[in-house]
Design a protein. Structure first.
Length: 226
């Protein structure tokens, strides 16, 4: 119930901010960005990441609370890692736009580039690193039993460590916003549901590789559609 409410609020906020991002990303290729526009882009990435990762981290926060841990500091460490990812995504988006690779519709300009990006994400779904990150994220109890740290500093470190695993699991799926369109609400919902299913529904363990295969296939077919 709490997770559903968090997702709904975050998605509403993302939809409210999306027109601003459209204006930023729709500028002519090579046009300079102001500091305010860079800050707005970073803020919108953070809204998007919060919309998708808020429900994912909620079971961890509940587990930390049950153990008497400091959930606010755990969340602080977790958010710091995703903020670093948001900065990197903003820089990448700025660089692609400056080079004319990211077009006004917020898509990669060349179908081959977009197809290659899809295929790369699909292949990553099959890697041992992806599986290791999923295994970690699916088991808060195991992590807390073996790597518990006391105090507020320990909570921050645990949150950051868990955040690194989450980034390792999801970073390429997030980066596909540059193919699907930055702040695309359908893509946000699809990725958010996929990540939740991958991590917390054991009987859907096959889904990770199935989605990977579909993305590789889509990456191969995409250039043929243009």
């Amino acid at each position: 119930m709490v997770g559903d409410g968090l997702r709904a609020l975050a998605v509403i906020a993302a939809g409210w901010l999306a027109p601003g991002l459209g204006a930023i990303c729709g500028r002519p290729a090579g046009a300079a960005w102001s500091a305010a526009e860079l800050a707005a882009t970073f803020g919108m990435w953070m809204v998007m990441l919060g919309a998708m990762m808020g429900p994912v981290v909620l079971p961890w926060l509940l587990a930390i609370r049950r153990q008497g841990g400091r959930t606010a500091f755990f969340l602080m460490g977790y958010a710091a890692v995703w903020s670093a990812f948001g900065l990197a995504a903003t820089a990448l988006q700025w660089g692609l736009a400056r080079g004319g690779i990211l077009v006004a519709g917020r898509f990669l300009a060349h179908p081959l580039a977009a197809g290659a990006a899809l295929a790369l994400v699909g292949l990553y779904q099959w890697t041992p690193l992806k599986q290791a990150c999923l295994t970690h994220c699916a088991s808060p109890a195991s992590f807390l039993l073996t790597r518990w740290r006391d105090g507020w500093r320990g909570a921050v470190v645990m949150g950051a460590e868990h955040g690194l695993y989450c980034v390792g699991c999801c970073w390429l799926l997030m980066a596909l916003m540059l193919v699907a369109g930055a702040m695309s609400l359908p893509w946000m919902v699809a990725v958010g549901l996929l990540v939740l299913a991958e991590m917390y529904v054991a009987r859907l363990a096959w889904l990770t590789r199935a989605v990977g295969a579909l993305l590789v296939l889509g990456g191969g077919l995409l250039p043929l559609a243009f």
